[in-house]
Design a protein around this ligand. Structure first.
Ligand code: GLC
Length: 412
């Protein structure tokens, strides 16, 4: 069997980490399956895939398409309205589909595994007739006006959808109305890389702050700067703690998206913190290459997304390194943890509630340790990347048979 993965970018965000872990798992469990990767832009993902022995191709997405997305719609005004942006993107898309089609024609995959909304549609248009198409969906479809319409329109060319949580699966079923089979495959992570033992980082130095006093409890929000990741709720919660609380907060992560209007900037967040009198109490490290070391250097890992989180890799990563995690309680994130056993949860978007959980954990080191130990166990039993291939392969096989049945019907 040959599987060609398609991803809109070479930058490694959450969906790309899962793509790499899926390729790793397929490589190690089923070395006879041949894997290729097509990227819409070059970046670290290409090298990481090549290290796994995956053949890679870069077919650059025109910037009119790369910048298109509706995750940021509603967040802020962008200079051009969506219909205008779409009109600019369409001619570029037609050319792109031609290039992709010719690459796929010579590669002749049994399965196309697309990751990311733009690639779901482009892969559907460029797909060789005999290749099955599997959409790996990492985000809620219903919240994206344009993508929702496009995915409905092109669902007939897709043979199966994979969702990263039951919550996302339910959303896909609601949008696509049962036209394609939808399977939940919970993400897996590298439990060796995300292990409790390993290097730490000097988060104070990385944030340009003087060393914190001994006994300071370090509380961090780790993630991209997407506007819905709840940085402001996190900062609001820290500002609600009593000024004598022995804590320091950290915002770990940097802007990674090209989609206009989809993210905060570090400057905006720093001035927000300053207005809350948090200067010196919160550090901004920017993007960290070594996320496990960053997580290990914290005592409490906060996930504060204000919208339902489709999955929330950082929740599982924080548990895997044995830290006390506070997660928001909606969407796929709620499926990952058991409140009070392997993590605490707070009401999404409610800084008052988050402040209560943070202060409960700051004052209770033994609760932090218990949650951390149970969190590691949960990560080992439910989120081991080595198990991904066993879930993926039957989905591919099923998609291949349904595609060949479909092609046979059309030829009759
Ligand atoms: C997307 C989702 C996030 C998930 C990641 C990996 O980035 O927004 O919740 O963890 O994909 O599936």
């Amino acid at each position: 069997m040959k599987v060609v993965f398609l991803n809109p970018t070479g930058i490694t965000g959450g969906a790309e980490a899962v793509l790499l872990d899926s390729m790793f798992s397929l490589r190690t469990n089923f070395p006879e399956v041949s894997l290729e990767l097509v990227l819409g832009s070059d970046g670290p993902l290409r090298l990481k895939a090549a290290e796994l022995g995956v053949q890679t191709h870069v077919v650059p997405l025109p910037s009119s398409i790369a910048k298109l997305g509706d995750s940021g719609v509603g967040a802020r005004s962008s200079r051009l309205a969506l219909p205008g942006k779409l009109a600019i993107a369409i001619p570029g898309a037609a050319l792109y589909v031609r290039k992709l089609r010719s690459l796929l024609k010579s590669s002749r995959p049994d399965v196309l595994h697309s990751n990311g909304f733009k690639m779901h549609i482009l892969a559907g248009l460029a797909r060789p007739q005999s290749s099955a198409l599997v959409w790996h969906i990492h985000d809620y479809v219903s919240s994206r006006t344009v993508m929702r319409a496009l995915m409905r329109r092109y669902a007939a060319g897709c043979d199966a959808a994979i969702a990263n949580s039951d919550s996302v699966a339910a959303d896909i079923r609601a949008v696509l109305g049962g036209s394609i089979p939808v399977h939940t495959v919970l993400n897996g992570i590298d439990l060796q890389r995300f292990s409790p033992q390993g290097p730490h980082l000097d988060l104070d130095r990385l944030s340009g702050l003087p060393p914190a006093f001994a006994g300071t409890v370090r509380v961090g929000l780790v993630g991209t700067l997407a506007w819905w990741k709840g940085h402001r709720v996190f900062l609001d919660a820290l500002a609600k703690l009593s000024s004598t609380t022995p804590m320091r907060g950290y915002v770990i992560g940097g802007p990674i998206y090209r989609t206009v209007g989809s993210q905060n900037t570090l400057n905006e967040l720093a001035s927000y913190a300053k207005n809350l009198d948090l200067e010196g109490k919160v550090g901004f490290t920017g993007f960290l290459e070594d996320v496990p070391a960053g997580l290990r250097s914290l005592d409490i890992v906060v996930h504060a997304s204000t919208q339902p989180e489709p999955f929330g890799l950082v929740i599982v990563e924080g548990m895997a390194v044995g830290k006390a995690v506070i997660s928001s309680n909606t969407g796929g994130a709620a499926e990952l943890v058991q409140d009070g056993i392997d993590a605490l949860t707070h009401v999404s978007g409610d800084s008052e509630d988050l402040a209560l959980r943070i202060s409960q954990l700051i004052s209770d080191a033994s609760l932090r340790a218990t949650l951390g130990a149970h969190g590691r166990k949960t990560a080992e039993s439910r989120f081991d990347r080595r198990n991904l291939a066993k879930r993926l392969l039957p989905i591919y096989q099923h998609a291949v048979s349904s595609r060949s049945a479909h092609t046979a019907r059309q030829q009759r």
